[in-house]
Design a binder for this molecule. Sequence first.
Ligand code: SF4
Ligand code: SF4
Length: 295
Amino acid sequence: MKATVTEIKHFAVHDGDGIRTTVFFKGCPLKCLWCHNPEGIAHAPALALRTEKCTGCGACAAVCPTGAHKIENGVHSLDRALCTACGRCERECFFDALTLYGRETTVEELLPALLADRGFYESSGGGVTLSGGECLTQSAFCEALLRALKAEGIHTAVDTSGFVPREALARVLPYTDVFLFDVKAIDPAVHRRCTGQDNAPILDNLRYLDAAGAKIEVRIPFVPHHNDGELPAIATLLSSLKNLTGVRVLPYHTGAGSRYAALGMENTLPDVLPTKEALEGAKAILREKGLRVID
Ligand code: SF4
Ligand code: SF4
């Protein structure tokens, strides 16, 4: 069995408790305006070209079997329709101008890299987190990987948008120590405008996990003028859950801006960043409902 992943990030400290290694899977059914992992949205592998790093040396064009690279008059263009994601050009570029996002891997290949950090997990109370994209678009693989990690005694977390079939959650549930579950909006119209999808399945899945006794850490992306008005309704929903370990407010940032351009994607990132006061106000709304806010 194979999965497509974009990155394995070691020493992650924001993807659950302790020091963690995070596996980013490719493919996501949502299109959040503020997505900070645009390389994870499409299911297929994609080549990023950072023109600001390109020297125009032409090494990529020389090895590309499909003629996807063209360098004319100092301008480097990439025809993505021709790219088969073979990765040859990335290996030839000495200037870090090319990145292929999305490589196939197996549980047997991943496991040694994840177990190599065991000492850090044990000393910090950390473990392995599956993230994305939406990792549960590849749920059979996630189940196999999580089962293998649990057999090794590793703490596991699944970071999910919740916009997945119920069966996907059910199959990873026995091997997941905590779900990092995104809640972006309660108002269906707000959710649809911000993500392109209905939130009813997400909220149903959240209640399902809670009823099943799963530990859940809810994460709220906080985006001014988009979902900041949703905090009171989100707080009310969360206060009804029995197995919530805490809630984290994730302040929107624009760090992914250059990756949209490099991937040839439309940049949908909003302009306005949250102020410190607005962020603290959001946390106060959650605390007023008796929720544990994780800073
Ligand atoms: S190999 Fe790298 S630096 Fe050279 S032309 Fe291609 S992208 Fe630019
Ligand atoms: S990944 Fe392969 S097919 Fe795509 S541009 Fe590079 S060399 Fe060409």
